[in-house]
Design a protein around this ligand. Structure first.
Ligand code: SF4
Length: 237
């Protein structure tokens, strides 16, 4: 796939999704610290389970790095039980809280770093993988780093947009090498892809007939062609 072709298609995808769903103004969690804690808790579990754990941390007055550092790991594990793998997650939260302590527990200090340098550093913290690191960089520090998740990959694959490498960083490069490094834009694009994957491009039985992307989608175009509709979806060469 040509780089310029993918960039043009990604922009068209964004415009179509924005026109269909409108601004998402999406911000996970209530403030940067809750966003970071939530990103750890939601690893390998549904958001509803992570949300329950967040609520318990809040009720216990433990929604701050200082409180997490002060609490025994076993107590944190008890509080986050609903998020699954709770002993491991408690250890991860401790490690993240220690790291945030190096920034004075102040997310504004994270924002003073360069995005890629902050991402690399976050990846060195126990329990922080690529998606969690990008959530920290984009949503907590407000710096440009495109967040990739299963929803994003599903939509890209169906559209026929393939990365050079099928890895987290490969999918991320699709966006970051072709679009301007603009944190609010990355935030909005990621939110639009998620809402689209959840509402229309569903895992089973995607609603291609009412999809705002069907004219630029390989999967939707092929479905329509086989049903006697669109001849074919545009392909990038
Ligand atoms: S046309 Fe179908 S497969 Fe393609 S993006 Fe839309 S819902 Fe998903």
């Amino acid at each position: 796939m040509r780089k310029d072709g993918a960039g043009v298609l990604l922009r068209e995808v964004y415009e179509r999704l924005y026109a269909a769903y409108g601004p998402q103004d999406w911000w996970p969690g209530d403030g940067p610290i809750e966003t970071i804690i939530g990103a750890v808790l939601t690893q390998n579990t549904a958001w509803t389970n992570a949300k329950r754990a967040l609520e318990r941390l809040k009720e216990a007055g433990a929604m701050s790095p200082a409180a997490l550092r002060a609490l025994p790991e076993a107590r944190i594990a008890e509080l986050v039980r609903s998020s699954g793998s709770y002993n491991v997650k408690a250890r991860k939260l401790k490690a993240v809280a220690e790291w945030l302590g190096e920034y004075g527990d102040d997310p504004a200090q994270l924002a003073r770093r360069e995005a890629k340098a902050l991402r690399r550093e976050a990846l060195g913290v126990y329990g922080v993988g690529p998606e969690t690191a990008d959530v920290i960089v984009l949503y907590a520090a407000g710096l440009p780093s495109f967040v990739i998740d299963a929803y994003t990959i599903r939509v890209l694959e169906r559209l026929g947009i393939e990365p050079e490498r099928r890895s987290y960083e490969g999918y991320q490069a699709l966006f970051e090498e072709r679009l301007p490094p603009d944190a609010p834009f990355f935030n909005e694009f990621h939110a639009l892809l998620d809402v689209h994957a959840s509402a229309t491009c569903r895992k089973r039985a995607p609603l291609c007939g009412e999809c705002p992307l069907r004219e630029v989608c390989a999967y939707g175009g092929a479905s329509a062609a086989s049903a006697g509709g669109l001849a074919s979806a545009p392909r990038l060469a």
